[in-house]
Design a protein around this ligand. Sequence first.
Ligand SMILES: CC(C)(COP(=O)(O)OP(=O)(O)OC[C@H]1O[C@@H](n2cnc3c(N)ncnc32)[C@H](O)[C@@H]1OP(=O)(O)O)[C@@H](O)C(=O)NCCC(=O)NCCS
Length: 170
Amino acid sequence: MSLIVRDATLEDAEDILAIYNYAALNTTAVWTDGPSDLDSRRQWLLARQQAGYPVLVAMKGRDVVGFASFGDFRPFPGYRHTVENSVYVDERHHRAGIGRSLVAALIERATAMHKHAMIAGIDGTNAASIGLHASLGFAEVARMPEVGCKFGRWLDLVFMQKLLASDVRP
Ligand SMILES: CC(C)(COP(=O)(O)OP(=O)(O)OC[C@H]1O[C@@H](n2cnc3c(N)ncnc32)[C@H](O)[C@@H]1OP(=O)(O)O)[C@@H](O)C(=O)NCCC(=O)NCCS
């Protein structure tokens, strides 16, 4: 079955929540201590879209099998050409190219929006995300030891960065 990547709608919030909560409860992909709820995910989706940023879902047939987005990297005017991404794939569909399709689509969108740089903030032990971003031309630019914690252990934050092929000037 072929994969379709499209803009999310509010109707996708429940599927997005399920994929997000699996990662929140079982992985160090997101450094939260508990699950999110439908209202928070809906607010997040609307806030991203109202800010002009994409929220994308990957579809296999009628099933949402992943989602991805980007937003401001830091909330100061000088960072306006830089975005930070997030990507989550249903764990039953890992290693099938879905994460790569989603992040490639984010890169296209950010380039079309005249963004200059995309950042991914990743737990240092998250080999899948580090490998995914490396496969799309992101390079590790910082590794900050023990700035987070989850599941009773310290987490290193790795920043990976890709400069985009847009024509924006500083
Ligand atoms: C990270 C994640 C999005 C990757 O998505 P995916 O659909 O499984 O990845 P893909 O199949 O598109 O993989 C693309 C490339 O990434 C790399 N990669 C993916 N999984 C990997 C793994 N477990 N170990 C090492 N490299 C891996 C490989 O280079 C792969 O290319 P290849 O399969 O041709 O070798 C997915 O594992 C996930 O949702 N994890 C939980 C949430 C998360 O960690 N999100 C990122 C937060 S920063």
